[in-house]
Write a new protein. Structure first.
Length: 130
């Protein structure tokens, strides 16, 4: 059995120790939804992209903050079927990076959104017509 207490002077703590209080106190989600934090909107002028507004969220215990609009291109769909993509905030623990990106769905006659992994938080679903 191991009991860990954060923070005693003179002890060494890991990044996982820093995340643990966040992860145990809050579920994954966006802060300030009422202020349109991390809201996904169509690009203007209209093109094949979306803009993600600035904001903050928690993903897998990580606090993430974006201070600028992020423009994401949508890959054109010429498959003959529609598809559903998802916009996610993704934590890459291996490369120690965080990104906001689009996960492309599979074109089919009855498209459904791809399932996020545990290091991703879904901000929006995007219907991409044929």
């Amino acid at each position: 059995m191991s009991i860990k207490t954060n923070y005693f002077d003179g002890h060494t703590y890991s990044a996982a120790d820093d995340r643990r209080p966040w992860y145990s106190l809050m579920d994954d989600g966006v802060f300030g939804i009422a202020t349109q934090a991390l809201k996904v909107v169509a690009s203007s002028p209209a093109d094949l992209s979306v803009n993600v507004q600035p904001g903050a969220c928690i993903v897998a215990g990580y606090y993430i903050y974006s201070d600028a609009v992020v423009n994401l291109p949508i890959i054109a769909n010429t498959s003959g079927y529609n598809r559903v993509d998802i916009v996610v905030v993704e934590v890459d623990e291996v490369n120690k990076e965080t990104d906001i990106r689009i996960v492309q769905g599979t074109p089919t006659s009855t498209p459904t959104a791809p399932l996020p992994n545990e290091q991703q938080y879904v901000l929006a679903e995007i219907f991409v017509g044929n």
